[in-house]
Design a protein around this ligand. Sequence first.
Ligand code: MN
Length: 277
Amino acid sequence: MMTCLCGQKHGIGRRMLLASAVAAALPASTRNAWAQPAPASAGPADPALIEDLVAGNHILYDQGVVDGFGHISVRHDKDPSRYLLSRSMAPALVTADDIMEYDLDSTPVDARGRTSYLERFIHGEIYKLRPDVTAIVHSHSPGVLPFADTGVALRPMNHIASFLGEGAPIFEIRDAAGPASDMLIRNAALGHALALTLGKKSVALMRGHGSIAAAHSIRHVVFRAIYTEVNAHTQAEAMKLGTPQFLNAEEAAAATKANDGLVGRPWELWKRRPMGK
Ligand code: MN
């Protein structure tokens, strides 16, 4: 134990906090010298996967799910312990050259001076807990926020949004970071806590922040992120009129199965406009 200037005795936790504050104050070159070596690359990803990831970035902007903020990732096709995510930039401007490779601790394989999204831990920590998940979207889409902030359950209004039938839990960052965080998923511990809230579901809301969607392909996750936003608007409208009748669990499960092979149809439509085709 040590006695602090405030007159109280603090244990190791306080000293570690001080040490990290000192490290953060050092020039980047000094900090980098202490850093772990970069993880090995899984090699070049399938160009078609990169193309879909770039398209997903543009589509999510075009459909009003992301704006200047938000991101989409995909697991590397050659190695499930690597994922691909744009460098820190607005999704609508992403090109293939902006795609970076990360390990599941969200350490870049070859940053080459490119800046990473602060909240990349959302992706790495969900991939760690969910081997079935291949693609993830994080957004601040405006229709979903009223549900995240009121705690009103987001539920499927129609068969297209049937994936919401399993529930969309709400992540409360105060439970993981205390009452004075900046709301961001800025480290692995917060990413892990968010991944635990998501559990086996497809969508989780983040109080005071936004939401995440997870799926087994880029097309499926884009579909879910878009229809989560659409469903939120529809449900809010319905709740002004009365008490909505939602899909029940059996209807939702059956519709999700039916929709699984249909995501290609809207994908081609969504892709045409933002990709200039
Ligand atoms: Mn965010």
